[in-house]
Design a protein around this ligand. Structure first.
Ligand code: IDP
Ligand code: MG
Length: 138
């Protein structure tokens, strides 16, 4: 299986609730390797760029408010099939439907506060890593 990298963000609710260590621990225990880690405020411009594909969705304005509502933690993880491994460890987008044992299934219940973001494909991961770890967003 090919090694790849993926981008993970612990969203502001995860930081606010003191779940940063728990979320990082789950990815580490899964065997993924931490390659970059940063505590940061996500600017409105960065949030809009990151979630650009959702710009025409009804939840978009609330999503931008959510992601910019407090500090977040950005990270890069590497391993075999890392994109899918992270998505499976996070659980379904809607926490109400996420399986117990997943991060979302264990720690949240509402789709508008789902704790964590993980890239959905290797190409997306490349774009998101470049975006969050570019010089101007350091
Ligand atoms: P993902 O985070 O699992 O990749 P996406 O469909 O890409 O899910 O949606 C991005 C984010 O937008 C979700 O993680 C969630 O925070 C938010 N979101 C998605 N769908 C809804 C919705 O129906 N209501 C409110 N927020 C939503
Ligand atoms: Mg997505």
């Amino acid at each position: 299986m090919e090694r790849e990298q993926t981008f993970v963000m612990i969203k502001p609710d995860g930081v606010e609730r003191g779940l940063v260590g728990e979320v990082l621990r789950r990815f580490e225990e899964r065997g993924l390797e931490l390659r970059a880690l940063k505590f940061m405020e996500v600017s409105r411009a960065l949030a809009e760029e990151h979630y650009g594909v959702h710009a025409d969705k009804p939840f978009y304005p609330a999503l931008i408010e959510y992601i910019t509502s407090g500090p977040a933690v950005a990270s890069v993880w590497e391993g075999p099939n890392a994109v899918e491994a992270v998505r499976a460890t996070m659980g379904a987008t809607n926490p109400a439907e996420a399986a117990p044992g997943t991060i979302r299934g264990d720690y949240c219940l509402h789709i508008d506060r789902n704790l964590v973001h993980g890239s959905d494909a290797p190409e997306t991961a490349e774009r998101e890593i470049a975006l969050f770890f570019s010089d101007e967003n350091r």
